[in-house]
Write a protein that binds this ligand. Structure first.
Ligand code: SF4
Length: 73
């Protein structure tokens, strides 16, 4: 698969602008897929997506706002 990416993370557009959401996601993800932008909104680090362990912590932190979508199968 192109550049090895096998999942994508979808975050609710309003939640992704919330600095508190960004902070929490940055804390919970063990492989640094989330980071804050300069304005505190959420940045998803595409280069780290293939490190995702499917641990589900980001989804559990914000049920219904964060989705981890598998791109295979
Ligand atoms: S499932 Fe786990 S590893 Fe994957 S993005 Fe969410 S917190 Fe990070």
């Amino acid at each position: 698969m192109a550049n090895g990416m096998f999942i994508k993370v979808e975050v609710d557009a309003v939640a992704a602008k919330d600095a508190a959401v960004t902070k929490k996601l940055t804390e919970v993800c063990p492989v640094n897929i989330f980071a804050p932008k300069d304005d505190g909104s959420l940045r998803i680090i595409d280069e780290n997506l293939d490190e995702c362990t499917l641990c589900d912590l980001c989804v559990q932190a914000f049920p219904g706002k964060v989705k981890v979508v598998k791109l295979y199968e």
